[in-house]
Design a protein around this ligand. Structure first.
Ligand SMILES: *Cc1c(COP(=O)(O)O)cnc(C)c1O
Length: 365
C-alpha cells in the first residue's frame, strides 16, 4: 500500500460496554496498565494483499494458534503514547506522527511490513473517539495507547512471517507520581547489557524488554527502582535505562545525553527535551558519557543533576546511582531545579497550558 492511502475502519461497537457507574469506580484509581477500555483496533496483513480488514471492535482475547510465529521467534514491535484532555475540554495526543515513524523503523529492523503513517494515526483517532469516556478527568491522568504488531502466521520455519496483526489497546492511567515527583534510584548493571552494536537496541520490540527483566530483578535486589545499562563493547559508557533515556545537567547548564548510535531507543521525549533546550539557548551535547565521568562529576560538582525521560513518567529525576564499584548521589538526592523546570516546560506544552512552538500537540477532538 502506498503512503497516501487511508483505510476505512469498520466500527463494531461493544454490545456490552462497562457501565458508567463501574467505569467511574475504575477511573477513580486506575494505576498503570491494569485496566482497559471497551474497544480495540485490529488490522490484518498478508503478503500480496497488504493491510486489510481495519476494524474497531470489542476488546477481547485474540484466538492464537500454538504455532503462531510470534510465540516462537518474537517478531513483535510496539509503541506507547498518551491521549489526554486539554483545558478547553478537547482531546489531544503528543507527536503521534513521531510514534508512527518510529513504529516503521522498528518494523524495518524486525523484518515486518511498514504501516502507513496515516493508518497508524487514524487508528489512534478511532479508539480515542469510541472510548473517549475512559480518559481520566484528572489533569495529570491520561489514556495510555498501546499500538503493536506481531507475526500471526502459523509456521515454525525461521524467516520473516507472511501474516501479521496490528492492534491498538487503550488503558486509562493516573498521574505517574502521585504525591509529588520522586527521584528514582538506579542500579548500574555489570552483568547484563541491553543492546550491542548491530543489534535491536533502537527498535521498540518486546524482545528487548524480555532480555532486560533479569537486570531489572537484579536492580530490585540492590534496592533500586531501575537498571541503567552500560555499552556492550567496553562496559564503560552509559546507554540508557530499560525503558527511558538519560540526561545529565552540568554546572554551566549544559545538557549531555548519549548519542543515537543504534544501541539506544530514540525516545520522543528525549528528542523533545533536546529541541526545547536548544530553543531556550541551552547547549546540548549528544556524546558518550562514561560512568567514571558521571561519578567524578558528581563528586566535583561538574554534574549537578541527572534525569531519565520517556512517555510514561515524562521526566524522572535520578537520585542515587548504585553499582558494584560503590554508590553516589546527585546533589542532595532530591529533584534538581533544572530537571523540574524542563519537566514543567514540557508537560505544560503537552497539556495545552503553554505555547506549542513546534506544533507537537495533535488535537483529536
Ligand atoms: C519507549 C522507550 C523509551 C522512551 O521513548 P519515548 O518515546 O520518550 O516514550 C526509552 N527507552 C526504551 C528502551 C523504550 O522502549
Amino acid at each position: 500500500m502506498s503512503g497516501g492511502d487511508n483505510l476505512d475502519f469498520e466500527i463494531r461497537p461493544n454490545p456490552a460496554p462497562v457501565s458508567d457507574a463501574d467505569r467511574a469506580v475504575l477511573l477513580a484509581n486506575p494505576g498503570f496498565g491494569r485496566i482497559f477500555t471497551d474497544h480495540m483496533v485490529t488490522v490484518r496483513y498478508a503478503d500480496g494483499k497488504g493491510w486489510y480488514e481495519p476494524r474497531v471492535e470489542a476488546r477481547a482475547p485474540i484466538p492464537m494458534d500454538p504455532a503462531s510465529a510470534v510465540l516462537h521467534y518474537a517478531q513483535e514491535i510496539f509503541e506507547g503514547l498518551k491521549a489526554y484532555t486539554l483545558p478547553d475540554g478537547g482531546v489531544a495526543m503528543f507527536r503521534p506522527d513521531a510514534n508512527a515513524a518510529r513504529f516503521n523503523l522498528s518494523a524495518q529492523r524486525m523484518a515486518m511490513p511498514s504501516l502507513p503513517v496515516e493508518t497508524f494515526v487514524q487508528s489512534l483517532h478511532e479508539i480515542i473517539k469510541i472510548d473517549r469516556s475512559w480518559i481520566p478527568e484528572d489533569p495529570e491522568g491520561s489514556l495510555y495507547l498501546r499500538p503493536f504488531a506481531y507475526a500471526s502466521e502459523v509456521f515454525l520455519g525461521v524467516r520473516p512471517a507472511t501474516e501479521y496483526l496490528y492492534l491498538v489497546i487503550a488503558s486509562p492511567v493516573g498521574p505517574y507520581f502521585s504525591g509529588g515527583v520522586k527521584p528514582v534510584s538506579i542500579w548500574v548493571s555489570s552483568d547484563f547489557t541491553r543492546a550491542a552494536p548491530g543489534g535491536t537496541g533502537a527498535a521498540k520490540c518486546g524482545g528487548n524488554y524480555a532480555a532486560g527483566l533479569s537486570a531489572q530483578a537484579e536492580a530490585a535486589e540492590h534496592g533500586c527502582d531501575q537498571v541503567v545499562y552500560l555499552d556492550a563493547v567496553q562496559r564503560k559508557y552509559i546507554d540508557e535505562l530499560g525503558g527511558m533515556n538519560v540526561f545529565l545537567v552540568l554546572d554551566d547548564g549544559t545538557l549531555v545525553t548519549p548519542p543515537l548510535t543504534g544501541t539506544i531507543l530514540p525516545g520522543i521525549t528525549r528528542d523533545s527535551v533536546i529541541k526545547l533546550a536548544q530553543r531556550a539557548g541551552r547547549t546540548v551535547e549528544e556524546r558518550p558519557i562514561s560512568l567514571e565521568e558521571w561519578r567524578d562529576g558528581a563528586a566535583s560538582g561538574r554534574v549537578r543533576e541527572a534525569f531519565a525521560c520517556g512517555t510514561a513518567a515524562v521526566i524522572t529525576p535520578i537520585g542515587v546511582i548504585k553499582s558494584e564499584a560503590g554508590d553516589f548521589t546527585m546533589g542532595d538526592g532530591g529533584p534538581g531545579d533544572t530537571t523540574m523546570s524542563i519537566r514543567k516546560n514540557l508537560v505544560d506544552i503537552q497539556r495545552g497550558r503553554a505555547e506549542d512552538p513546534f506544533g507537537w500537540v495533535h488535537r483529536v477532538l
